[in-house]
Write a protein that binds this ligand. Structure first.
Ligand code: 4AD
Ligand code: MG
Length: 441
């Protein structure tokens, strides 16, 4: 159990250490003369054993799940078993209830019973989070975010914090959230990319971990209205450098995450089949993916076969990743279906120097590209995308004041976790999901 376990008084050499612990009743099981309490203190779960008179007190007889309690007793080393998950067991000789949780119809077990209705679980998300699966995902989320920070700092990247309130779009106007901003109009940012790019000249390679916002009209298992976006920009690179960096980044983040035994155990519980991805990741050009879909008879939603220029739908993309069943770098998307800032490939100007990383069962978890580094080309891109250049003057200045070949990318943390923790939906990999129709709790 965690930091709140205090060693007190004395050590008994034959049995164990005398301790006082605080936490909440995660589970209780009553046997003839014994009451087992699984205590959760945030640091983990601790099996506590109450015997004799202690099991007959009013507090013991009316003990409810999620009540907060204090216990004193001796900590024993025990063989690993399903209830004592860390070889320890507390033999209790004193306990107090601090905050009693309701029982009966209001008991937490009834509150979080879905009865086949996922909306109930979402309404009770604050209680669902006390469950082992939801909590494990949150622990992994913390570890993955930490691993990104560790790896970026190892590489000498500087972390900055771009604004969430902006007056420009990044990924198309259709998913912008408007916000009244004093007498002006503003949006919640779709991506920190453009601002991150402006940090390159003073900071070199840069990254940020911020929220991005998308007014997605689609209710899918991988779209949120607010998500955690891990973005980076790399200066003076080529497209191949970017791909190599990304593969290394993903594998390093996974190794750092798995090097924490407690987290590795949680990933193992959540995702029994998890294996480190094999390198190199499978490279596949967009045009090859279109051929692959045609060969496998996977068509568009309306049933027609895919042709060059089509956006590959989520379902088709998932079939591709599930059948190939390993990480894929899907590259060189046509410029018509991609963002304004993506440069054309020299060899085939129909396509851009862009890439998505696709993972089995989830599909796209990351999107990136080189950035147009030429002033005229950028002005053309604004025109093609019907974007008035004025609000972007600060972005355009990047091309005027010492331009350079560079590129970057963004990971959706919730999607990364859906893959790593084998969760069906990104709604299960964030603390409180936001999507069309849900903004509570
Ligand atoms: O592919 P996207 O839209 O690319 C960008 O935003 C670039 N500006 C990033 C960059 O180059 N700095 O989004 C990047 C990633 C996606 O691959 C996906 O993982 C995640 O962000 N993402 C979402 N995650 C959850 N809900 C949504 N609605 C998401 N939209 C994108
Ligand atoms: Mg994308």
């Amino acid at each position: 159990s965690g930091e709140r376990t205090k060693e007190v008084n004395y050590s008994s050499p034959d049995r164990g250490t005398r301790v006082q612990v605080f936490g909440r009743v995660h589970r209780e099981r009553k046997q003839a003369q014994v009451l087992f309490v699984t205590l959760c203190d945030g640091g983990g779960y601790l099996q506590c054993v109450l015997t004799g008179q202690l099991t007959k007190t009013f507090d013991a007889l009316t003990l409810t799940r999620e009540s907060s309690i204090m216990l004193k007793g001796e900590m024993w080393e025990v063989p690993l078993n399903a209830h004592a998950s860390d070889n320890r067991e507390l033999h209790v000789d004193y306990f107090e209830v601090i905050g009693k949780a309701p029982g009966g119809d209001d008991a937490i077990t009834y509150k979080v019973q879905a009865k086949g209705d996922p909306q109930t679980l979402l309404d009770q998300r604050h209680l669902v989070l006390r469950g082992e699966t939801a909590a494990a995902v949150m622990f992994v989320q913390d570890a993955v975010e930490h691993a990104f920070n560790v790896k970026y700092h190892e590489l000498g990247y500087v972390k900055v914090s771009p604004p969430a309130l902006v007056q420009t779009q990044v990924e198309g106007g259709s998913t912008l959230f408007d916000v009244p901003y004093y007498a002006e109009k503003a949006y919640l940012t779709q991506s920190s990319q453009l601002y991150l790019e402006t940090a390159i000249p003073f900071a070199g390679n840069v990254y940020c971990i911020e929220k991005s916002f998308r007014a997605e009209k689609s209710l899918t298992r991988r779209h949120l209205s607010e998500y955690t976006h891990i973005e980076a920009e790399l200066d003076f690179i080529t497209f191949d450098d970017l791909l190599n960096h990304l593969e290394d980044m993903i594998c390093s983040v996974l190794s750092i995450t798995l090097s924490i035994p407690r987290i590795a155990a949680k990933i193992q519980d959540l995702n029994k089949d998890f294996q480190m991805p094999e390198r190199p990741f499978t490279p596949m050009r967009y045009s090859e993916a279109i051929d692959w879909l045609r060969e496998h008879g996977i068509g568009k939603e309306e049933g027609e076969p895919y042709t060059f220029g089509d956006n590959i739908a989520e379902a088709a993309e998932r079939k591709l990743t599930d059948i190939i069943d390993r990480p894929i770098f899907l590259t060189h998307f046509p410029h018509e279906i991609k963002s304004f800032y993506m440069p054309k490939e020299k060899a085939d100007p129909r396509v851009t120097e862009s890439m998505d990383c696709l993972m089995p069962s989830v599909g796209e978890i990351m999107g990136g590209s080189m950035r147009i580094d030429n002033y005229e080309e950028l002005m053309d891109a604004y025109k093609r995308h019907e974007m008035p250049p004025e609000p972007y003057y600060w972005y355009t200045d990047q091309r005027r004041y010492g331009t350079s070949p560079y590129g970057g990318y963004g990971f959706g943390l919730e999607r990364f976790l859906a893959w790593l923790c084998k969760q069906h939906s990104v709604r299960d990999t964030c603390l409180y999901p936001r999507y069309m129709g849900r903004c509570r709790p």
